[in-house]
Design a protein. Sequence first.
Length: 209
Amino acid sequence: MDDPDDPRCLPGTAGADCQSSFKVVLLGEGAVGKSSLLLRYTEDKFNPQHASTLQAAFATKRLRLESGGASRELELNIWDTAGQEKFHALGPIYYRDSQGAILVYDITDPHSFDRVKSWIRELTRMLGDEVVLMIAGNKSDLDGSRVVERREAEDYAESVSAHFIECSAKENLNVGELFEELSLGGMLNGELSKIIDSYRTLLRDAEES
């Protein structure tokens, strides 16, 4: 059950009315479509001439998640980071304290998929295994030019305990599902952490008694 004194909850609310915040960072090579995915999700727009992100951009989105008969309103705080190599050193500034990460690659660009693997190694080293990972193969509308096979990406995602989806910001395919599945994974991960913490407390109390 949610704690009404939890600072993430709205004043005077609890349970199904508790609103949580969830920090998400978008990572990936330049030109894979991170900013386009964010624009499509938050404003339902697509700009084929979208300029490259410089350093980082920020957006918020509220959604309601349903799970096991319970619902929770969630505020997503989404950081879109620059993909150019010269901005790589700034990455830790933006993904510090992140609860979720979306690793985006272009299904027509194998190098962008290799970079996802590098980001995941870095995230795991910096944030441990509590961050919820989502690997997103963008530009699924270009399936005829595909180089990264879906099965290869799915197998890799499974090997690092990450969620996986293919999507298209241009055609608005699976964009909402991308963010919602990550958020649901974060909510469930948070509930699991509470259960583990409670179990550890019980064990500690039993040892002390």
